[in-house]
Design a protein around this ligand. Sequence first.
Ligand SMILES: [Ca+2]
Ligand SMILES: [Ca+2]
Ligand SMILES: [Ca+2]
Length: 149
Amino acid sequence: MLSLVLFAVCVGLSSQQLPHGHELTQIVDQGFNFIDTDKNGILSLQELSTIAGAEDFDGDGQVTFDEYMKFTNQTAEVARPMFNAYDVDGDGLLPLNHMADYLHLMDKNGDGQVDLNEYEHYQVKLIQCVYSDHGHGSHGHATPCILQH
Ligand SMILES: [Ca+2]
Ligand SMILES: [Ca+2]
Ligand SMILES: [Ca+2]
């Protein structure tokens, strides 16, 4: 089970057209700055958990697709591929208690925190995977974009 942090990334995506290069990096950086509430250039588990909790509007400990769309303020077309990438078991729910696992995925050097380079590396690859699959005949969870390091 991955998680929910990336939703912040979707904030910069206004259509299904995939930004790339510098433009994509800028969007990813915006997501990083959004999550990094104390602005120390590092994402802690607490910061990731805070953002994930903000998506859970009804406070039931899980983020549904409707909650995800509401948080990212995106259309279903844009939000769905990214939501599906997080929802690896396909039950339509993203539990909030998997943030540590998610941090671990991005934390390449294993210091328990995510710096900008680690975040950029993971998010750019994820976005490219998610949106390059979209519209090419894959349905739902046929091609989950789960990145290991
Ligand atoms: Ca921070
Ligand atoms: Ca919820
Ligand atoms: Ca790290």
